[in-house]
Design a protein. Structure first.
Length: 394
């Protein structure tokens, strides 16, 4: 009896142990996804600050080599970056004010276009109805509909004088009902007010985080490497350098390509006679770099600017010009400027966009590729994770 029971017990124990080995990674993965989802504002802020620090670090290094103290060099670089952003923001703000002043004119044009489209759709439906349904059948249907309406109409009753409404007595107060009119925009803003405040609060920490990451860079590197010993310390150093180089190349490459497309778009829109080419061009150029949905997003700003002309050939020319520029940039320039530094296969890029877009919405779509490329940089330097790095690569 004991000989039969003992193998059964050992088999059950091994099955339980295998189930635990399978369950632990699943539970850990679910915990990581939950932490990333519920802490998305914190993680997005930290990643954006780290990315900006990686971009500004070479400029700080130049000042340090010029005998500037690192804290002073960090202050100078951060101040120049903030001034640059301020100038760009003021220029965009001026253009938006001009657009806001012309908004009634554009609203009338949009309303006229929508009315024309509705009228054409109604005419097309009428013509289709006339072609599909013969004239005699249409007449019979009209007569049958008129007969049904006549049968449903109630008979007129003799008019009776309405009873007078009694005036309220001295101790009676007439009932007054106040109907609160709902405002969808107000309800949406009130519902999102806490999220907006939280995002604005976290964004205010970005300049301070960037400054401390730049000024305390050496101390942070030494403190981080103390967690590793021997060969692991060398692997950690290489991983950090790989992440910094990759993020810097990705962001700078996208920025330079966006500047090139913004300049070409602004010149094209200026030659077409569109309104606000200095605002519409950069918007269209940088929106064109958004993965998968870049071309339709890039077409929207110049189409809105073309409302000032309101001619069909101009609309067609705008669509063709933006589409050609997008295709040339994404198929010829992007692989050489950005793709050669990232080395991710298209399937992994698609899945990463889906995952990070689900977790962090629009910021996730923008950060998906550098996050996945950073993960690949770590896997390439860790011996046990190199198969994952080869799977992610191209």
């Amino acid at each position: 009896m004991s000989l039969v029971t003992k193998p059964a017990i050992s088999t059950t124990a091994s099955a339980v142990q295998e189930a635990r080995h399978l369950a632990m990674p699943i539970v850990a993965f679910a915990a990581v996804i939950a932490i990333l989802y519920f802490g998305r504002v914190f993680f997005i802020t930290a990643i954006v600050a780290t990315t900006i620090a990686f971009i500004l670090e070479p400029f700080v290094g130049l000042l340090v080599r010029a005998r500037f103290p690192r804290p002073l060099a960090s202050v100078v670089v951060c101040t120049v970056a903030l001034a640059f952003l301020y100038v760009i923001g003021m220029a965009a703000y001026t253009q938006f004010l001009a657009i806001y002043a012309d908004m009634p004119k554009y609203g009338e044009r949009i309303g006229a276009i929508i009315d024309g489209i509705q009228q054409r759709v109604a005419n097309l439906e009428d013509q289709t109805y006339r072609v599909v349904v013969p004239a005699r059948q249409r007449q019979e249907l009209a007569q049958a509909e008129a007969f049904k309406q006549a049968q449903k109409a109630p008979k007129r009753k003799s008019a009776q004088p309405a009873a007078p409404i009694p005036a309220p007595g001295p101790g009676l107060i007439p009932e007054v009902r106040i109907h609160a009119e709902s405002n969808p925009l107000g309800e949406y803003l009130s519902a999102r007010l806490s999220d907006f405040y939280q995002a604005l609060l976290m964004m205010s920490f970005i300049p301070f985080l960037v400054y401390f990451m730049l000024s305390w860079r050496d101390h942070l590197n030494r403190s981080f490497l103390q967690f590793f010993h021997g060969e692991d310390r060398l692997v950690a150093t290489r991983s950090m350098e790989g992440i910094a180089v990759m993020v810097r190349a990705f962001v700078v490459g996208n920025f330079l390509l966006g500047l090139l497309m913004a300049a070409i778009s602004s010149a094209m829109f200026w030659m077409m006679g569109l309104s606000y080419p200095m605002l519409v061009g950069p918007l269209s150029g940088f929106l064109s770099l958004v993965p998968y949905v870049g071309m339709p997003l890039a077409i929207v700003p110049p189409l809105f600017a073309a409302l000032g002309i309101n001619q069909v050939p101009v609309y067609l020319l705008v669509v063709l010009a933006v589409a050609m520029l997008h295709l040339i940039a994404m198929n010829l320039l992007y692989p050489k400027v950005v793709g050669s530094r990232v080395h991710l296969n298209p399937l992994v890029v698609t899945f990463s966009l889906m995952l990070w877009g689900f977790l962090w919405d629009a910021p996730g779509l923008l950060l998906a590729i550098p996050l996945t490329a950073a993960l690949k940089a770590v896997c390439d330097n860790v011996r046990t994770l190199r198969p994952i790095g080869k799977f992610l690569g191209d």
